[in-house]
Write a protein that binds this ligand. Sequence first.
Ligand code: MRU
Length: 337
Amino acid sequence: MNANPSHDSIRAVQWHGDRLRLLDQRRLPAEETWIDCMTSGDVTRAIRDLAVRGAPAIGIAAAWGVVLAAQSGEDLPSAMATLRAARPTAVNLMWALDRMNQRVAGGADTAALEREAQAIQDEDLAANRHMGELGAALIEAGSHVLTHCNTGSLATAGYGTALGVIRAGVASGQIEQVYAGETRPWQQGARLTMWELVRDGIPARLIADSAASHLMKDGKITWVIVGADRIAANGDTANKIGTYQLAIAAKHHGVKFMVVAPSTTVDMATATGDDIEIELRDATELLSVGGNRTVIEGADAWNPVFDVTPAELIDAIVTERGVILKPDEEQMRILFP
Ligand code: MRU
């Protein structure tokens, strides 16, 4: 099963020798604006402010942040600590910094750090292509699927995780129709996933997040396919807010639920989903739409941006190491000893 290469054209995180160039995801789809990061501080800001987002892309950007810190003679432990604190939930950030730190501790020079960051980026792309094939093989021919948030080329080194499975599934004829949830409040589904799908000519329809149960009820959706920000040792999975309610609705309607994530998203040191820190972002993100205030002045809001889907609601976790059906702690330990 070969993925169609035309379904994979975006590289949102680009190393240019002395700078990290990022496609500014805050401005899509209205503008394709690139920002140049020259220091680790620039990268920290880009991660914190969501210019670059998506668990694997955050990890890759942070690795390049360490290279920038080395190039500009910054204090590396302090640069790495600041990068690490940029966002709390996606473990790929901590994983990439730990891997870079091992090289720093081993006395690696700037060129060796550059090679390490490039390896992290290249391995992510290879993992995504492999997961695409593994995940698509689980899907029945002619399926309609629903995805959430953005897990595509924008969120990774390229191709995507859940969106990689969708790309592979469309290329092989397994998937006929894709639905993407808007993903309030930041609208990763509306602004980013639809941008990727439409550009690549994939049959896609946007739905309001609140239309998901109604969509599942008509029986055409066979799989909900999502990414992950952190998978705990028992298979509990943190992902974009709204994922948990999709899993509950899927169970109710007999729709299967697939999580697609590279091994860099698995955190065997975290026992269960209850131990995962959920990022709370500013209430103002909820109080306006597209920069226009929609809620009365003086109103408050609660804005957790991730939730945890318990393993018992997940039918398959797809990683580049293999597929876990009906995940639990025992099965997780076999693939991630
Ligand atoms: O807040 P974001 O946009 O960084 O959240 C992204 C998600 O929740 C994605 O589903 C997850 O990181 C997987 S991306 C391959």
